[in-house]
Design a protein around this ligand. Structure first.
Ligand SMILES: Cc1ncc(COP(=O)(O)O)c(C=O)c1O
Length: 471
C-alpha cells in the first residue's frame, strides 16, 4: 500500500519529532521569564523563504519559536495582549487531529461552542434567549453586533443595502474597531458621533443632545456603543445610564467589552465597573485578552437570538441541514456570523475553564487590577506622574513631568523602546493631553509584583540615562 503523498512515510519518526517539539514548547512556556521578545534577525525573511528545505521540526524549534511577539513574558504590558495558557496545548493538539470546521453540521464542536457561549452569557447576565458566535476578535464581533442592530432597525437592508440616515454614538476615544465596523457596514464614519467625555465616561447629557439633534435633522439613531474598558486608560462608561437612554430612545445598545467586560469576574470595586452590561443588546469581547486564552478568540454576544439570526442566516441548497447524519446538528454557527468555515475556537476556552476553573480566572483578573494600582504607587514613589487615575488594569504615566510637553513625549517614547530592546520589559505608549505617555495594560497572569517594582525602577533609571540625549 502506498502512503498518501502528504502523510509521512514514517509515522513513528513524526511522533518522536513531535515529542521533541512538545518538550521544547512546554519548556518555553514554563520558563516564559527566560523568553522575552527579541528583535527578529535581519535575514529571517531568507530563512523563511519557501523551498529552503531542511528538517521542519528542527527549523521550527531553532528559527520560529524564538521570534514570538513577547506577550507570554511576565513583563509584557504593551497594547492589550493576553499571555496564553498551558491549556492551549491541549486544545491545539486535539484541534489538529480533529481538523474541525465549526461552520455547521453534526459534531461535538456545536455543543462545545454552545457551552462556552452559555457560560459567558450567564457571566454577563444575559438571559437564555441570547445567542453568540466565536470570532477572531472584538473587531469582527463589533461588525456582527452592529449588523444585527442594523437589520433590526431596517429589516429590508439585507436586500436593498440602504442605510440612509443611520447614526451611531460612542465616547470620544472609543476603539477604532467601532469606526471600522461603521465603515464596513456602509454607514460611513461621518455618521459615528463621538461624544465628549466627562469624568472618564461618555457624557450622558451630550449624548442625549446629539441624539435629539439628529432626530430633528430627520436622521435615525441606530446604536449607542458603550465602552467597558477603554483601550487608552481602562475607563468605563456608565452602562446603566446608557441602557436607560437607549431604552428611552429605542436604540440598540452595544458594549465594546474587548477586555474590560471581564471585570464581571473580578472582586469589587472592579466588578461594579460593568454593572448594567446585562442590559445591553450586544457585547463584543475577547477571550484572548483578559481571559489569557491563546489567539485568536473573541465573541459576539447578542441578547436576542431572533435578531441575531435575522442578520446572518441564509443557506444555499448545498448547505441544507438534515434531521440525521452529518448534515444534522443545530445550531449551525454559520447562521450567526460572517464565516462559513471556522476553526475550533471553543475548545481552547473550554479547556482553559475546565483545567483551571472559573475562580482561577477571577483571581488573576482581580490581581491584574491590584497590580495596576501597585504600579501607580511605584510610579509616584519614583517621582514620576500618573497621566490619569488608574481605574482597572491600565496604568499610564510620564517619566519626567518636569520637562516641557514635547520633551516628555520624546523621552517617554525612547524609554519604551529602550526597555523593549534592553530590559525585557514591554510598555507601549499613548497620548494623553497632548503628551506621549508610557502605558501598561496588565492582562498577564504571569506578572508578579516584583516584575512591576523592577520595571518601574528601570523606567526611572532609563529616564535619567536618556534625558541627556534630548538635546
Ligand atoms: C477596547 C477595545 N476594543 C476593541 C479592540 C479590538 O479587539 P481585537 O484586537 O480582538 O479585534 C481592542 C483591542 O485592543 C480594545 O482594547
Amino acid at each position: 500500500m502506498t502512503t498518501p503523498p502528504l502523510d509521512p512515510g514514517n509515522w513513528e519518526g513524526l511522533r518522536s519529532d513531535l515529542h521533541r517539539l512538545l518538550d521544547r514548547c512546554v519548556d518555553q512556556m514554563r520558563d516564559a521569564n527566560d523568553h522575552p521578545w527579541q528583535a527578529p534577525p535581519a535575514d529571517l525573511a531568507d530563512r523563511y523563504a519557501i523551498g529552503t528545505g531542511g528538517d521542519v521540526v528542527t527549523r521550527v524549534m531553532d528559527q520560529v519559536l524564538p521570534y514570538h511577539g513577547g506577550n507570554t513574558h511576565p513583563k509584557f504590558w504593551g497594547w492589550v495582549q493576553g499571555s496564553g495558557l498551558p491549556s492551549d496545548f491541549v486544545a491545539g493538539i486535539a484541534a489538529v487531529a480533529m481538523n474541525t470546521n465549526g461552520g455547521g453540521r453534526n459534531h461535538g464542536i456545536n455543543e462545545m461552542e454552545r457551552a462556552v457561549i452559555d457560560w459567558t452569557r450567564r457571566k454577563m447576565g444575559f438571559g437564555d434567549g441570547a445567542s453568540g458566535v466565536l470570532v477572531a476578535g472584538t473587531s469582527q464581533a463589533t461588525v456582527i453586533s452592529l449588523q444585527a442592530a442594523r437589520v433590526r432597525a431596517c429589516p429590508g437592508v439585507r436586500a436593498d443595502g440602504s442605510n440612509v440616515g443611520l447614526t451611531v454614538y460612542a465616547v470620544d476615544g472609543v476603539h477604532n474597531a467601532t469606526r471600522k465596523a461603521v465603515e464596513l457596514l456602509g454607514l460611513g464614519h461621518d455618521q459615528l458621533r463621538l461624544i465628549e467625555m466627562r469624568n472618564g465616561a461618555m457624557d450622558l447629557q451630550a449624548l442625549q443632545q446629539a441624539i435629539t439633534a439628529d432626530r430633528v435633522q430627520g436622521l435615525t439613531p441606530l446604536a449607542i456603543v458603550g465602552t467597558a474598558g477603554s483601550v487608552d486608560l481602562g475607563g468605563y462608561d456608565d452602562l446603566n445610564g446608557l441602557a436607560d437612554l437607549a431604552a428611552a430612545e429605542r436604540v440598540w445598545l452595544h458594549v465594546d467589552g474587548a477586555f474590560g467586560a471581564w471585570t464581571r469576574l473580578a472582586d469589587n470595586p472592579w466588578h461594579k465597573l460593568t454593572d448594567g452590561i446585562e442590559r445591553a443588546d450586544s457585547i463584543a469581547l475577547d477571550f484572548h485578552k483578559w481571559m489569557y486564552v491563546g489567539y485568536d478568540c473573541g465573541l459576539a454576544l447578542i441578547a436576542d437570538e431572533t435578531a441575531h439570526r435575522a442578520a446572518f442566516a441564509a443557506r444555499p441548497a448545498y448547505l441544507k441541514g438534515a434531521t440525521e447524519g452529518v448534515a444534522g446538528g443545530d445550531p449551525w454557527f454559520c447562521d450567526y456570523g460572517i464565516d462559513l468555515s471556522r476553526g475550533n475556537r471553543a475548545l481552547k476556552v473550554w479547556c482553559a475553564l475546565e483545567m483551571f476553573g472559573e475562580e482561577a480566572f477571577a483571581t488573576a483578573i482581580t490581581r491584574n487590577c491590584t497590580q495596576a494600582a501597585f504600579m501607580a504607587d511605584q510610579v509616584q514613589s519614583h517621582g514620576m506622574t500618573l497621566s490619569a487615575p488608574v481605574v482597572s488594569n491600565i496604568c499610564v504615566f510620564t517619566a519626567a513631568p518636569d520637562l516641557p510637553a514635547d520633551q516628555q513625549s520624546t523621552l517617554n517614547a525612547k524609554i519604551a523602546t529602550h526597555l523593549q530592546l534592553h530590559n525585557a520589559t514591554v510598555f507601549s505608549t499613548t497620548d494623553v493631553n497632548g503628551i506621549t505617555c508610557l502605558r501598561a495594560a496588565i492582562t498577564n497572569h504571569r506578572t508578579r509584583d516584583h516584575h512591576i517594582a523592577d520595571a518601574i525602577a528601570d523606567v526611572a533609571k532609563t529616564a535619567q540615562l536618556l534625558k541627556g540625549s534630548l538635546g
